[in-house]
Design a protein around this ligand. Sequence first.
Ligand code: CUA
Length: 328
Amino acid sequence: MPRGVRRKLLGLALVGGATLLITSVALAGNGGVAPQPAASPGASSIRESYWFIMVFTGIVFFGVEGALIAFIIRYRRGKRPRNQDGLQIHGSTRLEIIWTVVPVIILAVIGGFVFFKLPHIADAPSASAAEETTIAVEGRQFYWMFHYPNGAVSVGTMFAPADDVVHEDVFSPVTDVLHSWWVPQLAGKIDAIPGRTNHTWFKAPVGVYAAVCGDLCGIQHTMMAATVHVVPRAQYEAFIKERAANPESLALGKEEFDHVCSVCHKLDSAYVGPALGQNPLLTHAKDLTTVLRQGVGKMPAVGSDWTDAQINALVAYTKTLVKNGGNG
Ligand code: CUA
């Protein structure tokens, strides 16, 4: 194959490959490269900063890559003999000043915009006590647990009042590892650090928002998901009141099974851990309690800080599983 043809084919293959790559990224879920639609002021500010920076970086990218390609073509050796030097150029003061000053201006503009937006991301607006609430978010291998002001607890599903400022105290127990609480539509990532409490907040309309763990925290990191249900204030109050009044409810037990046990166990087959369907633990409250509190083998002590009521809720629920034949 003549060299020119081979080169053209290679170029075509590169352009084709790059096009496929860019298209697949652009068409991917969640709007491709764009952040998810924002439902809270913090997430809006993050989104605005993202697009603002994207404009400049986009111009720089296409400018630099375009010039690179243009120069490769324009100044290629062509028919010049291999041993003959190319054009000799000795600096250009004007060009050098331009490519120093322009990036400095770009960085100053980006920095200014981000520092202007930062307080809107980090600081919650002030609100009256009736229009705000604080929910503690606990990250653990491999689930999220939520503690409400009246002592109520939920696992894997967080309830929050709509259109109010919701403060989140994010932490993980000293016996656990680092996680990162991330609800992309509501706010940026915030680390759940063992033995330390970090703060973030959101204010969102009624809706269901997906949460994930944003830090690699072990074998089931990707399964460490949760949902945030933002509901009218009255519904939120009713939920936490009901939870606090029935701390051993089957509803809580089911949450614990679905979001704590099921992350590593299936009923009918081995998964990360052994199958649970025929496991005597399911009906043996004392042994189940020991495993939850202390862990066993590879299994972390998932229930080390649970209240007795929380343990009882799970025990009551797993008994119903066995009654149903262990098939869930
Ligand atoms: Cu928790 Cu990743």
